[in-house]
Design a protein around this ligand. Sequence first.
Ligand code: HEC
Ligand code: HEC
Length: 279
Amino acid sequence: MHHEFDGILEINNQLPRWWTILFYICIVWALIYLLLFPGLGNFKGLLNWQSSNQGILSLAESKAAVEKNITDGVLNQYDREIAAANEAFEPIFDKYFATAIPDLINDPEALKIGQRLFSQNCSQCHGSDARGANSGFPDLTDNDWLYGGSPEKITETLLNGRNALMPAWLDSMGEDGIAEVVQYALSLSGRKVDDSLAEKGKDRFVVCAACHGADGAGNQMMGAPNLTDNIWLYGGSERAVTETLTHGRNGVMPSFKTTLGEKKIHLVAAYVYSLSHNK
Ligand code: HEC
Ligand code: HEC
């Protein structure tokens, strides 16, 4: 380039022809692409293309379209893979489904499947070790049950889900009333409390007895926890219990009937049952 500085020459190397041609092709391609597909502000593109389900806008429409495809026999890749997997594994699930849960917990293969299903579907709430968390997710390994730990009860929990209702008491008791009943509730599990407050709280406990029982030992029909065992769903500190009573609690365990189906639920239920029965 006839330009030299301190012994260094500036040189113009021509780009290879193929590279230049490719470069111009890319520019043309980009322009065509921008015309066909959306991307420039409100411009919808000449093809009217959209990213979600090609023209289907609501979830209901989308579900209807999926069901229509299945009845019409138009299967997409995911449906085909699910169908193939179901066909391959159905006989295995059938075999386990015919075995009672107390027997299944002696079958390591069945528990392995149950554990995998648990990791995929349950661990985000109950933890990968199933020990739950003090934020309302029960420990499934401790043989202390809100709704009952028999194979039938566990299966019922998984099939239908559970929806607990612990009412809020701030409006009816006020902060002072809550402070009293908190002291009484804590005393039920043998904690050291303020006795004079607890004494007054005991009278207030009448309204609690309807669900938690007169002795506070809980009621599995409603999922009302046992308050005497020092196992806490939401934490047993004075602060946590005050929070529970002030604002109430509403723990929801989702139903897995449609997502997992009865046969897989049978295997996860066996896994859950094994956690407190296989020692
Ligand atoms: C979205 C969070 C969530 C997921 C996912 C979830 N659970 Fe739960 N589960 C809960 C909550 C919350 C409760 C407590 C409900 C209550 O407060 O009464 C619960 C309760 C239970 C109980 C009743 C425990 C008792 O003491 O009676 C069992 C059993 C259970 N879950 C098993 C499972 C299994 C197995 C799965 C996976 C198939 C699962 N859960 C998935 C949140 C979840
Ligand atoms: C309508 C039934 C009902 C009544 C009445 C009721 N509870 Fe509850 N209580 C429940 C249920 C159900 C739960 C579990 C909530 C959940 O799982 O989300 C619960 C949870 C609790 C907890 C949390 C336990 C834990 O392990 O974290 C405490 C503490 C408690 N109740 C105390 C009381 C007291 C004290 C009263 C009376 C002022 C009372 N409850 C009245 C149904 C009731």
